[in-house]
Design a protein around this ligand. Sequence first.
Ligand code: GLN
Length: 382
Amino acid sequence: MIQLPLSKLSNVGTTIFSQMTQLANENEAINLSQGFPDFMPDLELLNNVDHFVKKGFNQYAPLGGMIGLKEEIARKIENSHQSSYHPDSEITVTAGGTQAIFTAIAAFIKKDDEVVIFEPAYDCYEPTVELFGGIVKRFEMKAPDYQIDWTVVKSLISDKTKMIILNNPNNPSGKILTEEDINELIQLVKGTSILILSDEVYENIVFDGKEHLSICKYPELKERSLLVASFGKLFHVTGWKVGYCAAPKALTDEFRKVHQFNVFCVNTPIQLALAEYMKNDEHYLHLNQFFQEKRDFLRKGLSGTSFELLDCEGTYFQAVKYSKISDKNDFDFASELTINHKVASVPFSSFYKNKINENVIRLCFAKKQETLEKALENLSKI
Ligand code: GLN
């Protein structure tokens, strides 16, 4: 056997999402762990794919994406945030949000560059920064309100800081950034060349009439930002792996230098299908309401149990505290919940480098009514 080289990611195993889904499947549990809908996307969108595949659009797309889709993305951003990006030179279609994040980090982070992240954090940020020799500086947001103390964030900034990664709305906490947060951020980066990678894949899932404050609304931030979004979340097609990155031309140019060797381009017929579907704004304007009903149903059902509900301002995840039920750590609790009570969740500690355990788990409510009912039936018995 050959001597294998040292692992580049020695602390990394299989993602918690794959682990919990596997555990759910092995135990025939209701899967509220990995974030994906268990209902069908709109038939009109599926028919569009069928149409373009059969019409013969089955070869490579241009590396930045099909122009029709990029134009629709630019139109959506303009309508939603009154911010314009040039469709051809400032928008790149990617193989999902995760690839956009990977590519953005790969394009800009070199050895010893520092990157500030906010935990609980989506699991791909830190390993990707590490792969390119970067150093992560983390601010830990804590239960129950996951507030950001900007004085502490400021202390993490140095002349080595190359990038700040935001996730707004935040997966897994469901928190959204406020005007005050944005103002603090503007002050923080003013006069620096710090870049911002803004993961906004849940931008259209914000509740109670609150406004999603996209990074692109603020010229001082937009000029230094790579904005990432996802069609998987927007149209219930997480398995299609299509998203995009919007960024000023100079940043997009660098982004595409990596993108072309990373995936080259994203599959053609699905881009065409999405472009056609996006012509009708009605297809996404009511997403907030759609998911708010699911969130409220889950929250109402849980309110009669010993689980404590944390706030959920956005995303399709509800965070719950279980300390009245068990003092086990969240990983053991989530495993037992899957095995014994047949409901799979994601332990919050997996979103912290230091595995901070605050007895909180994440439940995904992007599910059919009957799935949520069954899960609530099981959870009510605990
Ligand atoms: N974004 C989804 C989640 O948070 C899953 C992504 C994945 O499985 N890699 O659950």
